[in-house]
Design a protein around this ligand. Structure first.
Ligand code: ATP
Ligand code: MG
Ligand code: MG
Length: 531
Protein backbone atom coordinates (compact mmCIF):
# COMPACT_ATOMS: atom_id res chain seq x y z
CA UNK A 1 0.00 0.00 0.00
CA UNK A 2 3.00 2.28 -0.20
CA UNK A 3 2.26 3.30 -3.76
CA UNK A 4 5.77 2.48 -4.88
CA UNK A 5 6.69 -0.40 -7.18
CA UNK A 6 3.63 -0.03 -9.37
CA UNK A 7 5.57 -1.40 -12.29
CA UNK A 8 6.49 -4.35 -10.19
CA UNK A 9 8.36 -6.25 -12.85
CA UNK A 10 10.89 -3.46 -13.35
CA UNK A 11 13.80 -3.41 -10.98
CA UNK A 12 13.48 -0.18 -9.06
CA UNK A 13 17.10 -0.15 -7.99
CA UNK A 14 20.32 0.49 -9.73
CA UNK A 15 23.05 -1.06 -7.69
CA UNK A 16 26.45 -1.19 -9.29
CA UNK A 17 28.51 -4.22 -8.44
CA UNK A 18 31.97 -3.08 -7.31
CA UNK A 19 34.57 -3.29 -10.05
CA UNK A 20 32.05 -4.58 -12.58
CA UNK A 21 32.85 -4.17 -16.27
CA UNK A 22 30.27 -4.72 -18.99
CA UNK A 23 30.89 -8.09 -20.59
CA UNK A 24 33.30 -9.11 -17.84
CA UNK A 25 30.99 -10.09 -14.99
CA UNK A 26 30.62 -13.71 -13.92
CA UNK A 27 28.15 -14.62 -11.16
CA UNK A 28 27.19 -18.01 -9.84
CA UNK A 29 24.28 -19.73 -8.12
CA UNK A 30 25.65 -22.60 -5.99
CA UNK A 31 22.85 -24.79 -4.61
CA UNK A 32 23.72 -27.79 -2.52
CA UNK A 33 21.76 -30.78 -3.90
CA UNK A 34 20.39 -31.57 -0.45
CA UNK A 35 16.72 -30.75 -1.00
CA UNK A 36 14.31 -29.08 -3.37
CA UNK A 37 14.66 -25.42 -4.27
CA UNK A 38 12.67 -23.07 -2.11
CA UNK A 39 11.62 -19.51 -2.70
CA UNK A 40 14.76 -18.21 -0.94
CA UNK A 41 16.94 -20.11 -3.39
CA UNK A 42 14.77 -18.77 -6.20
CA UNK A 43 15.64 -15.28 -5.03
CA UNK A 44 19.36 -16.04 -5.11
CA UNK A 45 19.11 -17.70 -8.53
CA UNK A 46 17.07 -14.92 -10.12
CA UNK A 47 19.29 -12.18 -8.67
CA UNK A 48 22.47 -13.82 -9.90
CA UNK A 49 20.93 -14.10 -13.32
CA UNK A 50 19.72 -10.51 -13.12
CA UNK A 51 23.22 -9.17 -12.44
CA UNK A 52 24.83 -11.38 -15.07
CA UNK A 53 22.35 -10.02 -17.63
CA UNK A 54 22.67 -6.41 -16.44
CA UNK A 55 26.37 -6.52 -17.25
CA UNK A 56 26.05 -8.77 -20.29
CA UNK A 57 28.11 -11.28 -18.37
CA UNK A 58 27.78 -14.96 -17.54
CA UNK A 59 26.00 -17.04 -14.93
CA UNK A 60 27.36 -20.32 -13.62
CA UNK A 61 25.03 -22.84 -12.01
CA UNK A 62 27.20 -24.86 -9.67
CA UNK A 63 26.21 -27.84 -7.60
CA UNK A 64 27.96 -27.40 -4.30
CA UNK A 65 28.18 -31.12 -3.69
CA UNK A 66 30.84 -31.60 -1.04
CA UNK A 67 28.82 -33.37 1.65
CA UNK A 68 27.75 -36.87 0.55
CA UNK A 69 25.72 -37.40 3.73
CA UNK A 70 23.13 -34.86 2.63
CA UNK A 71 23.19 -34.99 -1.14
CA UNK A 72 21.33 -37.04 -3.70
CA UNK A 73 20.95 -37.26 -7.46
CA UNK A 74 17.18 -36.91 -6.98
CA UNK A 75 17.70 -33.41 -5.54
CA UNK A 76 20.19 -32.48 -8.22
CA UNK A 77 17.71 -33.41 -10.96
CA UNK A 78 14.87 -31.54 -9.30
CA UNK A 79 17.01 -28.41 -8.98
CA UNK A 80 17.87 -28.51 -12.68
CA UNK A 81 14.18 -28.84 -13.55
CA UNK A 82 13.08 -26.09 -11.19
CA UNK A 83 15.70 -23.66 -12.47
CA UNK A 84 14.50 -24.36 -15.98
CA UNK A 85 10.95 -23.62 -14.88
CA UNK A 86 12.12 -20.35 -13.37
CA UNK A 87 13.76 -19.42 -16.65
CA UNK A 88 17.20 -19.47 -15.06
CA UNK A 89 19.49 -20.97 -17.66
CA UNK A 90 23.10 -20.74 -16.62
CA UNK A 91 25.81 -20.34 -19.22
CA UNK A 92 27.63 -23.26 -17.58
CA UNK A 93 26.61 -26.07 -15.26
CA UNK A 94 29.42 -27.17 -12.97
CA UNK A 95 29.99 -29.29 -9.88
CA UNK A 96 32.25 -28.63 -6.93
CA UNK A 97 33.01 -32.34 -7.03
CA UNK A 98 34.72 -31.84 -10.41
CA UNK A 99 37.44 -30.02 -8.47
CA UNK A 100 38.15 -32.63 -5.80
CA UNK A 101 41.61 -33.38 -7.24
CA UNK A 102 42.42 -29.70 -7.56
CA UNK A 103 41.30 -28.96 -4.01
CA UNK A 104 43.29 -31.88 -2.74
CA UNK A 105 46.41 -30.49 -4.40
CA UNK A 106 45.75 -27.08 -2.87
CA UNK A 107 45.39 -28.70 0.54
CA UNK A 108 48.76 -30.41 0.09
CA UNK A 109 50.22 -27.07 -0.95
CA UNK A 110 48.89 -25.44 2.21
CA UNK A 111 50.29 -28.20 4.39
CA UNK A 112 53.71 -27.91 2.73
CA UNK A 113 53.72 -24.16 3.28
CA UNK A 114 52.82 -24.64 6.95
CA UNK A 115 49.37 -23.12 6.46
CA UNK A 116 47.32 -26.15 7.45
CA UNK A 117 47.54 -28.96 10.00
CA UNK A 118 45.79 -32.21 10.83
CA UNK A 119 43.97 -32.28 14.14
CA UNK A 120 42.43 -35.17 16.07
CA UNK A 121 41.14 -33.08 18.97
CA UNK A 122 37.65 -34.33 19.90
CA UNK A 123 34.83 -32.28 18.40
CA UNK A 124 33.50 -30.83 21.67
CA UNK A 125 36.95 -30.01 22.89
CA UNK A 126 37.80 -28.32 19.59
CA UNK A 127 34.66 -26.23 19.82
CA UNK A 128 35.60 -25.09 23.31
CA UNK A 129 39.13 -24.27 22.29
CA UNK A 130 37.85 -22.22 19.38
CA UNK A 131 35.40 -20.37 21.63
CA UNK A 132 38.04 -19.63 24.23
CA UNK A 133 40.86 -18.88 21.81
CA UNK A 134 43.04 -21.74 22.98
CA UNK A 135 45.66 -23.37 20.78
CA UNK A 136 45.12 -26.98 19.72
CA UNK A 137 47.71 -29.46 20.94
CA UNK A 138 48.20 -30.48 17.28
CA UNK A 139 48.75 -26.98 15.90
CA UNK A 140 52.47 -27.36 15.62
CA UNK A 141 52.75 -30.76 14.01
CA UNK A 142 55.56 -30.91 11.45
CA UNK A 143 54.89 -30.73 7.72
CA UNK A 144 55.96 -34.37 7.38
CA UNK A 145 53.60 -35.54 10.08
CA UNK A 146 50.74 -33.51 8.61
CA UNK A 147 51.34 -34.95 5.15
CA UNK A 148 51.35 -38.43 6.61
CA UNK A 149 48.15 -37.97 8.61
CA UNK A 150 46.45 -36.27 5.66
CA UNK A 151 47.29 -39.33 3.57
CA UNK A 152 45.68 -41.48 6.30
CA UNK A 153 42.58 -39.25 6.06
CA UNK A 154 42.58 -39.76 2.31
CA UNK A 155 42.72 -43.53 2.76
CA UNK A 156 40.04 -43.36 5.44
CA UNK A 157 42.11 -45.41 7.89
CA UNK A 158 41.24 -45.64 11.56
CA UNK A 159 43.87 -43.04 12.38
CA UNK A 160 42.80 -40.87 9.45
CA UNK A 161 39.15 -40.91 10.46
CA UNK A 162 40.01 -39.34 13.83
CA UNK A 163 41.46 -36.30 12.11
CA UNK A 164 40.38 -33.27 10.18
CA UNK A 165 42.48 -30.69 8.36
CA UNK A 166 42.44 -27.12 9.66
CA UNK A 167 43.69 -23.90 8.11
CA UNK A 168 46.30 -22.26 10.31
CA UNK A 169 44.94 -18.75 10.47
CA UNK A 170 44.60 -17.66 14.09
CA UNK A 171 43.79 -19.11 17.48
CA UNK A 172 42.16 -16.04 18.99
CA UNK A 173 41.09 -13.59 16.26
CA UNK A 174 38.03 -11.57 17.38
CA UNK A 175 36.29 -12.89 14.26
CA UNK A 176 35.78 -16.50 15.32
CA UNK A 177 35.47 -17.65 11.72
CA UNK A 178 39.21 -17.06 11.51
CA UNK A 179 40.06 -19.39 14.38
CA UNK A 180 41.65 -22.20 12.41
CA UNK A 181 38.54 -23.36 10.49
CA UNK A 182 38.21 -26.98 9.41
CA UNK A 183 38.89 -27.35 5.69
CA UNK A 184 38.78 -31.13 5.18
CA UNK A 185 36.69 -33.72 6.94
CA UNK A 186 36.47 -37.49 6.56
CA UNK A 187 33.22 -39.09 5.46
CA UNK A 188 32.84 -42.70 4.34
CA UNK A 189 29.38 -42.21 2.83
CA UNK A 190 29.62 -42.76 -0.93
CA UNK A 191 29.25 -39.57 -2.96
CA UNK A 192 26.44 -39.47 -5.51
CA UNK A 193 28.91 -38.54 -8.27
CA UNK A 194 32.34 -39.74 -7.20
CA UNK A 195 31.27 -42.88 -5.37
CA UNK A 196 33.82 -44.06 -2.84
CA UNK A 197 36.86 -42.55 -4.56
CA UNK A 198 37.15 -40.06 -1.73
CA UNK A 199 37.03 -40.70 1.98
CA UNK A 200 37.46 -37.02 2.84
CA UNK A 201 35.83 -33.88 1.53
CA UNK A 202 36.64 -30.17 1.49
CA UNK A 203 34.38 -28.03 3.65
CA UNK A 204 32.28 -25.21 2.26
CA UNK A 205 34.81 -22.70 3.62
CA UNK A 206 37.67 -24.19 1.64
CA UNK A 207 35.77 -25.20 -1.46
CA UNK A 208 33.87 -22.04 -2.34
CA UNK A 209 36.75 -19.54 -2.59
CA UNK A 210 38.81 -22.00 -4.64
CA UNK A 211 36.06 -22.92 -7.08
CA UNK A 212 34.86 -19.32 -7.40
CA UNK A 213 38.39 -18.21 -8.20
CA UNK A 214 39.17 -21.05 -10.58
CA UNK A 215 35.89 -20.80 -12.49
CA UNK A 216 36.44 -17.12 -13.18
CA UNK A 217 33.66 -15.83 -10.94
CA UNK A 218 34.10 -12.07 -10.56
CA UNK A 219 31.28 -11.42 -8.11
CA UNK A 220 30.24 -13.92 -5.47
CA UNK A 221 26.81 -12.85 -4.24
CA UNK A 222 26.37 -14.26 -0.77
CA UNK A 223 23.66 -13.92 1.81
CA UNK A 224 24.59 -11.75 4.77
CA UNK A 225 24.82 -14.55 7.31
CA UNK A 226 28.16 -15.43 5.70
CA UNK A 227 29.53 -11.96 6.38
CA UNK A 228 31.71 -13.17 9.26
CA UNK A 229 33.27 -15.64 6.89
CA UNK A 230 34.26 -13.08 4.27
CA UNK A 231 37.70 -12.54 5.82
CA UNK A 232 38.30 -16.25 5.89
CA UNK A 233 37.28 -16.50 2.20
CA UNK A 234 39.81 -13.80 1.35
CA UNK A 235 42.46 -15.48 3.47
CA UNK A 236 42.12 -18.75 1.55
CA UNK A 237 42.51 -17.00 -1.78
CA UNK A 238 45.57 -15.13 -0.58
CA UNK A 239 47.13 -18.17 1.06
CA UNK A 240 46.80 -20.13 -2.18
CA UNK A 241 47.90 -17.22 -4.37
CA UNK A 242 44.87 -17.47 -6.63
CA UNK A 243 42.76 -14.83 -8.38
CA UNK A 244 40.65 -12.70 -5.99
CA UNK A 245 36.87 -12.47 -6.21
CA UNK A 246 34.55 -9.64 -5.15
CA UNK A 247 32.18 -10.70 -2.40
CA UNK A 248 28.84 -8.94 -2.46
CA UNK A 249 26.26 -9.45 0.29
CA UNK A 250 22.50 -9.47 0.09
CA UNK A 251 19.93 -10.41 2.73
CA UNK A 252 18.10 -13.69 2.90
CA UNK A 253 14.42 -13.44 2.26
CA UNK A 254 12.10 -14.80 4.92
CA UNK A 255 8.34 -15.07 4.99
CA UNK A 256 6.08 -14.98 8.03
CA UNK A 257 4.95 -18.38 9.33
CA UNK A 258 7.30 -20.07 6.91
CA UNK A 259 10.40 -22.20 7.34
CA UNK A 260 13.02 -21.80 4.66
CA UNK A 261 15.46 -24.48 5.59
CA UNK A 262 15.81 -27.71 3.71
CA UNK A 263 16.46 -29.58 6.93
CA UNK A 264 13.25 -28.33 8.55
CA UNK A 265 11.19 -28.88 5.41
CA UNK A 266 12.55 -32.42 5.30
CA UNK A 267 11.08 -32.91 8.79
CA UNK A 268 7.58 -32.13 7.49
CA UNK A 269 8.02 -34.61 4.65
CA UNK A 270 9.43 -37.33 6.93
CA UNK A 271 6.66 -36.87 9.50
CA UNK A 272 3.84 -36.96 6.99
CA UNK A 273 2.74 -33.39 7.75
CA UNK A 274 2.77 -32.68 4.03
CA UNK A 275 2.34 -34.93 1.02
CA UNK A 276 5.79 -34.25 -0.41
CA UNK A 277 8.23 -31.51 -1.42
CA UNK A 278 5.69 -30.16 -3.89
CA UNK A 279 2.97 -29.82 -1.27
CA UNK A 280 0.97 -26.63 -1.88
CA UNK A 281 1.68 -25.55 1.72
CA UNK A 282 5.42 -25.70 1.11
CA UNK A 283 7.53 -22.66 0.21
CA UNK A 284 9.39 -24.72 -2.37
CA UNK A 285 9.37 -23.60 -5.98
CA UNK A 286 7.20 -26.65 -6.70
CA UNK A 287 4.91 -25.98 -3.75
CA UNK A 288 4.16 -22.37 -4.58
CA UNK A 289 3.65 -23.23 -8.23
CA UNK A 290 1.16 -25.89 -7.23
CA UNK A 291 -0.58 -23.33 -5.10
CA UNK A 292 -1.00 -21.20 -8.23
CA UNK A 293 2.06 -18.95 -8.27
CA UNK A 294 3.13 -18.22 -11.82
CA UNK A 295 6.78 -18.09 -12.82
CA UNK A 296 6.20 -14.56 -14.05
CA UNK A 297 4.66 -13.54 -10.72
CA UNK A 298 7.53 -15.03 -8.78
CA UNK A 299 10.22 -13.46 -10.93
CA UNK A 300 8.50 -10.07 -10.91
CA UNK A 301 8.31 -10.22 -7.16
CA UNK A 302 11.96 -11.14 -6.67
CA UNK A 303 13.22 -8.49 -9.05
CA UNK A 304 10.97 -5.81 -7.57
CA UNK A 305 12.21 -6.65 -4.06
CA UNK A 306 15.82 -6.43 -5.09
CA UNK A 307 18.92 -7.42 -3.17
CA UNK A 308 18.14 -5.73 0.13
CA UNK A 309 20.88 -5.67 2.75
CA UNK A 310 18.38 -5.98 5.59
CA UNK A 311 16.93 -9.31 6.53
CA UNK A 312 13.23 -8.99 6.00
CA UNK A 313 10.31 -11.09 7.15
CA UNK A 314 7.87 -10.66 4.31
CA UNK A 315 4.16 -11.13 4.36
CA UNK A 316 2.85 -13.57 1.78
CA UNK A 317 0.15 -11.11 0.70
CA UNK A 318 2.78 -9.08 -1.18
CA UNK A 319 3.91 -11.87 -3.43
CA UNK A 320 0.37 -13.12 -4.03
CA UNK A 321 -0.75 -9.63 -4.96
CA UNK A 322 2.06 -9.52 -7.53
CA UNK A 323 0.88 -12.87 -8.86
CA UNK A 324 -2.71 -11.66 -9.09
CA UNK A 325 -1.62 -8.92 -11.47
CA UNK A 326 -0.29 -11.63 -13.77
CA UNK A 327 -3.29 -13.96 -13.65
CA UNK A 328 -6.22 -11.56 -13.45
CA UNK A 329 -6.08 -10.35 -17.08
CA UNK A 330 -5.93 -13.90 -18.48
CA UNK A 331 -7.75 -16.21 -16.06
CA UNK A 332 -11.02 -17.49 -17.61
CA UNK A 333 -14.12 -16.73 -15.56
CA UNK A 334 -16.29 -19.63 -14.47
CA UNK A 335 -19.01 -20.30 -11.95
CA UNK A 336 -19.23 -22.56 -8.93
CA UNK A 337 -22.01 -22.91 -6.38
CA UNK A 338 -21.30 -24.27 -2.90
CA UNK A 339 -23.09 -27.60 -2.58
CA UNK A 340 -23.98 -27.32 1.09
CA UNK A 341 -27.50 -25.81 1.28
CA UNK A 342 -27.42 -24.68 -2.35
CA UNK A 343 -30.80 -23.10 -3.13
CA UNK A 344 -33.02 -24.08 -6.04
CA UNK A 345 -34.59 -21.18 -7.84
CA UNK A 346 -37.50 -21.72 -10.22
CA UNK A 347 -37.77 -18.94 -12.77
CA UNK A 348 -40.96 -18.38 -14.71
CA UNK A 349 -40.41 -17.02 -18.18
CA UNK A 350 -37.09 -18.90 -18.53
CA UNK A 351 -36.53 -21.74 -21.05
CA UNK A 352 -38.51 -24.88 -20.19
CA UNK A 353 -35.69 -27.05 -21.54
CA UNK A 354 -31.97 -26.19 -21.21
CA UNK A 355 -30.65 -23.83 -23.89
CA UNK A 356 -26.95 -23.29 -24.31
CA UNK A 357 -25.13 -20.17 -25.56
CA UNK A 358 -21.52 -19.14 -26.15
CA UNK A 359 -20.29 -16.38 -23.84
CA UNK A 360 -16.83 -14.87 -23.43
CA UNK A 361 -14.69 -16.42 -20.70
CA UNK A 362 -13.26 -13.02 -19.85
CA UNK A 363 -15.27 -9.89 -20.54
CA UNK A 364 -12.24 -7.62 -20.92
CA UNK A 365 -10.08 -10.07 -22.85
CA UNK A 366 -11.76 -11.77 -25.82
CA UNK A 367 -8.53 -13.66 -26.58
CA UNK A 368 -9.33 -15.93 -23.63
CA UNK A 369 -12.11 -17.46 -25.74
CA UNK A 370 -15.68 -18.55 -25.17
CA UNK A 371 -17.48 -20.89 -22.81
CA UNK A 372 -20.86 -22.56 -22.78
CA UNK A 373 -23.55 -21.05 -20.57
CA UNK A 374 -26.78 -23.00 -20.05
CA UNK A 375 -30.08 -21.17 -19.48
CA UNK A 376 -32.91 -23.02 -17.83
CA UNK A 377 -35.96 -22.38 -15.66
CA UNK A 378 -34.41 -24.31 -12.78
CA UNK A 379 -31.13 -22.96 -11.37
CA UNK A 380 -29.10 -23.15 -8.16
CA UNK A 381 -27.48 -20.33 -6.21
CA UNK A 382 -25.30 -20.10 -3.08
CA UNK A 383 -27.09 -20.16 0.28
CA UNK A 384 -25.09 -17.06 1.28
CA UNK A 385 -26.56 -15.17 -1.67
CA UNK A 386 -30.07 -16.50 -1.13
CA UNK A 387 -29.98 -15.31 2.48
CA UNK A 388 -29.51 -11.69 1.36
CA UNK A 389 -32.63 -11.61 -0.87
CA UNK A 390 -36.09 -10.24 -0.10
CA UNK A 391 -39.46 -11.01 -1.67
CA UNK A 392 -40.37 -8.43 -4.28
CA UNK A 393 -36.75 -7.48 -4.89
CA UNK A 394 -35.34 -7.17 -8.41
CA UNK A 395 -31.94 -8.80 -8.80
CA UNK A 396 -29.48 -9.55 -11.58
CA UNK A 397 -28.41 -13.04 -12.57
CA UNK A 398 -24.93 -12.49 -13.97
CA UNK A 399 -24.50 -13.16 -17.70
CA UNK A 400 -28.26 -13.40 -18.01
CA UNK A 401 -30.36 -10.47 -16.80
CA UNK A 402 -32.81 -9.30 -14.17
CA UNK A 403 -35.50 -11.21 -12.35
CA UNK A 404 -37.99 -10.41 -9.62
CA UNK A 405 -38.04 -12.51 -6.46
CA UNK A 406 -41.60 -13.66 -5.87
CA UNK A 407 -41.38 -16.14 -3.04
CA UNK A 408 -38.71 -17.25 -0.58
CA UNK A 409 -39.20 -20.50 1.37
CA UNK A 410 -37.23 -21.10 4.56
CA UNK A 411 -37.05 -23.93 7.07
CA UNK A 412 -37.37 -23.57 10.87
CA UNK A 413 -33.66 -22.84 11.14
CA UNK A 414 -34.07 -19.89 8.79
CA UNK A 415 -32.22 -21.57 5.96
CA UNK A 416 -33.55 -20.76 2.51
CA UNK A 417 -34.85 -23.93 0.90
CA UNK A 418 -36.34 -22.58 -2.33
CA UNK A 419 -37.08 -19.43 -4.31
CA UNK A 420 -39.59 -18.58 -7.00
CA UNK A 421 -38.71 -15.78 -9.36
CA UNK A 422 -39.94 -14.23 -12.58
CA UNK A 423 -37.59 -13.29 -15.39
CA UNK A 424 -37.54 -9.53 -16.11
CA UNK A 425 -34.98 -9.08 -18.87
CA UNK A 426 -36.10 -5.50 -19.56
CA UNK A 427 -34.85 -4.54 -16.09
CA UNK A 428 -31.72 -2.40 -15.68
CA UNK A 429 -28.83 -4.28 -14.06
CA UNK A 430 -27.35 -0.99 -12.91
CA UNK A 431 -30.27 -0.53 -10.57
CA UNK A 432 -30.15 -3.85 -8.75
CA UNK A 433 -28.45 -4.31 -5.41
CA UNK A 434 -27.59 -7.99 -5.82
CA UNK A 435 -25.71 -9.48 -8.75
CA UNK A 436 -25.69 -13.18 -8.32
CA UNK A 437 -23.82 -16.08 -9.83
CA UNK A 438 -25.96 -19.10 -10.69
CA UNK A 439 -25.90 -22.39 -12.51
CA UNK A 440 -28.59 -24.18 -14.48
CA UNK A 441 -29.61 -27.21 -12.44
CA UNK A 442 -28.93 -29.85 -15.07
CA UNK A 443 -27.00 -33.10 -15.37
CA UNK A 444 -24.08 -31.11 -16.74
CA UNK A 445 -22.93 -29.72 -13.39
CA UNK A 446 -19.42 -30.80 -12.49
CA UNK A 447 -18.62 -31.74 -8.89
CA UNK A 448 -15.57 -29.87 -7.62
CA UNK A 449 -13.55 -29.89 -4.42
CA UNK A 450 -12.33 -26.40 -3.48
CA UNK A 451 -9.28 -26.70 -1.25
CA UNK A 452 -7.80 -23.94 0.85
CA UNK A 453 -4.72 -24.11 3.04
CA UNK A 454 -3.30 -22.48 6.13
CA UNK A 455 0.33 -21.94 7.09
CA UNK A 456 2.04 -24.99 8.53
CA UNK A 457 3.22 -23.04 11.54
CA UNK A 458 1.18 -20.68 13.66
CA UNK A 459 3.81 -18.17 14.77
CA UNK A 460 5.02 -15.35 12.53
CA UNK A 461 8.66 -15.85 13.45
CA UNK A 462 10.25 -18.72 15.30
CA UNK A 463 12.79 -17.09 17.59
CA UNK A 464 16.21 -18.37 18.53
CA UNK A 465 15.82 -21.10 21.14
CA UNK A 466 12.23 -21.88 20.11
CA UNK A 467 11.37 -25.05 18.31
CA UNK A 468 9.08 -25.00 15.28
CA UNK A 469 7.56 -28.34 16.35
CA UNK A 470 5.87 -26.44 19.19
CA UNK A 471 4.04 -24.18 16.76
CA UNK A 472 2.40 -26.52 14.28
CA UNK A 473 -1.00 -25.36 13.01
CA UNK A 474 -3.46 -28.14 13.94
CA UNK A 475 -5.46 -28.01 10.72
CA UNK A 476 -3.97 -26.70 7.50
CA UNK A 477 -6.23 -28.10 4.79
CA UNK A 478 -9.89 -27.17 4.22
CA UNK A 479 -12.29 -28.69 1.71
CA UNK A 480 -15.52 -27.25 0.33
CA UNK A 481 -17.69 -29.29 -2.01
CA UNK A 482 -19.20 -27.30 -4.86
CA UNK A 483 -20.76 -27.69 -8.29
CA UNK A 484 -19.26 -25.96 -11.29
CA UNK A 485 -20.28 -25.13 -14.83
CA UNK A 486 -20.08 -27.69 -17.62
CA UNK A 487 -16.88 -26.20 -19.07
CA UNK A 488 -14.88 -27.39 -16.07
CA UNK A 489 -15.35 -31.00 -17.15
CA UNK A 490 -12.58 -30.81 -19.74
CA UNK A 491 -10.19 -28.47 -17.96
CA UNK A 492 -6.58 -29.60 -17.76
CA UNK A 493 -4.30 -29.88 -14.76
CA UNK A 494 -2.49 -26.62 -13.92
CA UNK A 495 -5.02 -24.33 -15.55
CA UNK A 496 -5.75 -21.22 -13.56
CA UNK A 497 -9.26 -19.77 -13.51
CA UNK A 498 -11.46 -17.49 -11.50
CA UNK A 499 -14.71 -18.72 -10.03
CA UNK A 500 -16.63 -15.52 -10.20
CA UNK A 501 -17.17 -13.79 -6.86
CA UNK A 502 -15.16 -16.54 -5.15
CA UNK A 503 -11.57 -16.17 -6.18
CA UNK A 504 -8.74 -17.62 -8.24
CA UNK A 505 -8.12 -21.32 -8.40
CA UNK A 506 -5.59 -23.70 -9.91
CA UNK A 507 -6.81 -27.07 -11.12
CA UNK A 508 -4.71 -29.68 -9.36
CA UNK A 509 -6.64 -32.77 -10.43
CA UNK A 510 -9.02 -32.78 -13.39
CA UNK A 511 -12.51 -34.17 -13.13
CA UNK A 512 -12.97 -37.85 -13.82
CA UNK A 513 -16.10 -39.97 -13.63
CA UNK A 514 -16.89 -40.46 -9.95
CA UNK A 515 -14.27 -38.09 -8.54
CA UNK A 516 -14.54 -34.32 -8.36
CA UNK A 517 -12.14 -31.88 -9.96
CA UNK A 518 -9.76 -30.65 -7.26
CA UNK A 519 -9.06 -26.92 -7.22
CA UNK A 520 -6.58 -25.12 -4.97
CA UNK A 521 -7.46 -21.63 -3.86
CA UNK A 522 -4.86 -19.15 -5.08
CA UNK A 523 -4.35 -16.42 -2.52
CA UNK A 524 -4.68 -12.98 -4.10
CA UNK A 525 -3.09 -10.92 -1.37
CA UNK A 526 -6.25 -9.72 0.34
CA UNK A 527 -5.70 -9.30 4.07
CA UNK A 528 -8.69 -11.45 4.95
CA UNK A 529 -6.95 -14.49 3.56
CA UNK A 530 -4.85 -16.87 5.52
CA UNK A 531 -1.93 -16.38 3.18
P1 ATP B 1 18.93 -24.19 3.38
O1 ATP B 1 19.03 -23.73 4.77
O2 ATP B 1 17.53 -24.15 2.88
O3 ATP B 1 19.59 -25.50 3.17
P2 ATP B 1 21.23 -23.11 2.16
O4 ATP B 1 21.73 -21.74 2.12
O5 ATP B 1 21.99 -24.02 3.03
O6 ATP B 1 19.69 -23.10 2.53
P3 ATP B 1 22.13 -23.75 -0.48
O7 ATP B 1 21.67 -24.79 -1.40
O8 ATP B 1 23.51 -23.80 0.02
O9 ATP B 1 21.10 -23.76 0.72
O10 ATP B 1 21.82 -22.32 -1.08
C1 ATP B 1 22.10 -21.93 -2.41
C2 ATP B 1 22.09 -20.44 -2.48
O11 ATP B 1 20.81 -19.93 -2.11
C3 ATP B 1 23.08 -19.81 -1.53
O12 ATP B 1 23.78 -18.81 -2.24
C4 ATP B 1 22.24 -19.24 -0.45
O13 ATP B 1 22.83 -18.14 0.15
C5 ATP B 1 20.96 -18.89 -1.18
N1 ATP B 1 19.81 -18.86 -0.26
C6 ATP B 1 19.39 -19.86 0.53
N2 ATP B 1 18.33 -19.47 1.26
C7 ATP B 1 18.06 -18.19 0.91
C8 ATP B 1 17.08 -17.21 1.31
N3 ATP B 1 16.16 -17.49 2.24
N4 ATP B 1 17.10 -16.00 0.71
C9 ATP B 1 18.02 -15.72 -0.22
N5 ATP B 1 18.97 -16.58 -0.64
C10 ATP B 1 19.00 -17.80 -0.08
MG1 MG C 1 24.35 -24.03 2.10
MG1 MG D 1 21.11 -23.88 5.44
Amino acid sequence: KTGQKKESHKANYDIPLPGAVEGGVVTRFPPEPSGYLHIGHAKAAVLNQFFAEEYKGKLIIRFDDTNPSKEKTEYQDSIIEDLKLLGVHGDRLTYSSDYFDLMYNYAIQMIKEGKAYCDDTLVDRMREERMDGIESARRNRSVEENLEVFEQMKQGTEEGLKNCLRAKISIDAPNKALRDPVIYRCNLTPHHRTGSTWKMYPTYDFCVPIVDSVEGVTHALRTTEYRDRNDQYKWMIKALGIRPVHIWDFARVNFVRTLLSKRKLQWFVDNGKVSNWDDPRFPTVRGVRRRGMTVEGLRNFIISQGPSKNVINLDWSLIWATNKKVIDPIAPRHTAVIKDNAVKVTISGAPETPVSEEKPKHKKNPAVGNKKVIFYKSIIIDQDDAATLKEGEELTFMDWGNAIVEKITKNEAGIVTGIDAKLHLEGDFRKTEHKITWLADTEDLVPVDLVDFDHLISKDKIEEGESFEDFLTPQTEFHTAALADVNIRNMKENEIIQFERKGYYRLDKPYSEGSPAVFFTIPDGKVTQKY
